[in-house]
Design a protein around this ligand. Structure first.
Ligand SMILES: [Zn+2]
Ligand SMILES: [Zn+2]
Ligand SMILES: [Zn+2]
Length: 118
């Protein structure tokens, strides 16, 4: 008894099916609009410091003092806060969607599907 068991595979042909979808730009449909992600500002508020540009100093937990010795924390010089490394203290970062360009090029696309039959 060497019968092949089918484990609920309804269509065996589906596994041998390959489709390549490429996006083709439709001519004369391109336009430029303000970036929806940053509302045309080219930058976004830093998520790590919430736009403040500073973060609570982790080694002293924001107290500005060394945990055990009780002296001034060398990491934040007693301030209890450190410059945010994600935005370098600016409080904002360059928008990745438009790369800081404030605008996005939009155009209609056709899904050009190429079915390669086996
Ligand atoms: Zn930040
Ligand atoms: Zn500190
Ligand atoms: Zn943007």
């Amino acid at each position: 008894m060497a019968q092949h068991q089918d484990h609920g595979n309804k269509s065996p042909a589906a596994t041998a099916f390959h489709a390549n979808v490429t996006h083709v730009e439709v001519p004369h449909t391109a336009s430029v609009k303000p970036c929806h992600d940053c509302v045309g500002l080219g930058r976004k508020r830093c998520n790590h410091c919430y736009g403040i540009g500073r973060k609570r100093c982790a080694p002293c937990n924001g107290s500005g003092r060394q945990m055990h010795q009780g002296g001034q924390c060398p990491f934040c010089l007693g301030l209890g806060r450190n410059r945010c490394s994600s935005c370098n203290g600016h409080g904002h970062v360059i928008c990745r969607t438009c790369n800081g360009g404030c605008e996005l090029k939009v155009f209609h696309k056709i899904d050009h599907r190429v079915d390669s039959a086996p």
